[in-house]
Design a protein. Structure first.
Length: 443
């Protein structure tokens, strides 16, 4: 969206009575193709252009958004935003980011935008290739389809404090879901990848074959008796353990006093040697951005350094509430004030691969699928439904399903042992993680 248009919206808001204003223009184009059983099933095309406006009247704020950017619609948008702000309750911490925290000068080039725009026929061919490979896998009897997609987006922000910034990104993905079956039942397996640049996509045939393999290896899954045993979280899903960490160290949670880590800043909560980093400037990263969603300069940092919790994740509002400085972690859409979120989160790898972790543990549970997590944010008590494989003598013995693992995250974090098999697949990544003993609820 044109910078001049956003400047006009900000100026109009100030003239209408706002003390400060922030305008965001978002544009997105996308195309997705889905096939199933060799037939074209769905073609989805998206073209969107939206405008968001946040205004402040004293310590009162309001946010509005719309897709009509005509002069008449912009005038109404501004009038509505200012009127809403005048009626809003006062928030002593509301306001634009402090000027000295804004990103200035040349913004880092993160290589997030690939200008390639594949035709629908090309995306369909990728999806067909992936599904065909899945269907060709032994024991695969059906599929839940395969898809390929492309997107290009642009986010531009202008504020009355003098910030202006542009963030462009592209996305390419391929995914497939295979269903394997035998006389004992059916199992599903999925594989998919999303990347910024088309050249970084894995071969669609690999995607389909891997989906088929994962489905077939699940056949014959058993239930097991409840027990306590070592548990290994596969690298594909191990970063799920970091989700509760991020919620617990977010500024709003700390300000409300509703976090099980609220008194742990500067303390050892992971084992020594463990580092969890957040890097907004990772080249081609799915979570990368040259500035946060308030225009604040962001930078790589270790959230956990040698096991020690080093920082909260703060936007401007939560930082003011806690008497601190924003850490550049503001995250927002077009509607509503900014929240808090990480960028590219990584638990750094250890020295032993997954096979070695299994040998070290002897026998236990390898988790390859998780669903329905439950968390008490005040205490850190956590449980999750899962399936995977039981291993004995360091080797996979048989698949298992319909089980739940549970524990307290402070205890789990303190005993995590990271593997060496870190693979960057998304915006949150971890190697396989071993916990030497967890409660497992089975039949």
């Amino acid at each position: 969206m044109d910078e001049n248009l956003l400047n006009e919206v900000v100026d109009a808001a100030l003239k209408a009575g706002a003390d400060a204003a922030e305008a965001v223009g978002a544009e997105r184009r996308a195309l997705s193709i889905t096939v199933r059983l060799g037939e074209l099933e769905e073609v989805e095309r998206e073209e969107a252009r939206d405008l968001g406006l946040r205004v402040f009247v004293g310590r009162r704020q309001a946010t509005v958004s719309g897709s009509d950017v005509s002069p008449e619609a912009r005038t109404k948008l501004v009038e509505r935003a200012v009127a809403m702000a005048r009626l809003a309750p006062e928030d002593p911490y509301a306001g634009l980011a402090d000027p000295d925290r804004l990103a200035r000068g040349p913004l880092p080039d993160l290589d997030l935008y690939d200008p390639a725009e594949p035709a629908a026929e090309e995306l369909e061919a990728r999806a067909r290739t992936a599904e065909a490979a899945a269907r060709a896998t032994p024991k695969v009897t059906n599929t839940d389809g395969a898809s390929a997609s492309w997107s290009a987006s642009q986010w531009r922000m202008v504020t009355s404090a003098g910030f202006t910034g542009l963030h462009r990104a592209s996305g390419f993905s391929v995914g497939a879901a295979a269903i394997a079956g035998d006389e004992n039942g059916m199992e599903i397996g999925y594989e998919g990848r999303s990347v910024r640049w088309q050249s970084d996509l894995p071969d669609p045939e690999f995607i389909g074959s891997e989906a088929g393999r994962r489905a077939a290896q699940r056949l014959g899954a058993r239930k097991i008796a409840s027990t306590t045993a070592p548990v290994i979280f596969e690298n594909r899903l191990a970063s799920s353990l970091l989700g509760p960490l991020i919620g617990a160290i977010s500024g709003p949670s700390i300000a409300r006093g509703t976090s099980f880590l609220k008194d742990k800043l500067g303390q050892q909560i992971f084992a020594k040697g463990i580092t969890v980093s957040d890097d907004p400037h990772r080249r081609r990263g799915l979570g990368s951005s040259p500035f946060d969603d308030e225009g604040v300069a962001n930078e790589p940092r270790a959230l956990i350094d040698d096991g020690v919790l080093t920082t909260w994740l703060l936007n401007s509002s939560s930082a003011r509430q806690l008497g601190l400085q924003t850490t550049g972690h503001a995250s927002r859409g077009l509607a509503g004030p900014p929240g808090v979120g990480p960028t590219n989160l990584t638990l750094q790898p250890g020295e032993r691969d997954q096979a070695q972790l299994m040998r070290d543990a002897g026998k236990g549970l390898l988790i390859t699928s998780m669903f329905g997590p439950s968390l008490n944010g005040n205490t850190g008590d956590w449980s999750v439904g899962c399936s995977g494989f039981w291993f004995e003598d360091g080797e996979v013995a048989y698949p298992v399903s319909e089980i739940t693992v549970a524990g307290n995250l402070l205890d789990i974090y303190g005993r995590l042992v990271p593997g060496s098999d870190l693979e960057i697949r998304g915006s949150s990544n971890a190697p396989s993680l071993l916990v030497d003993a967890l409660a497992i609820a089975g039949r």
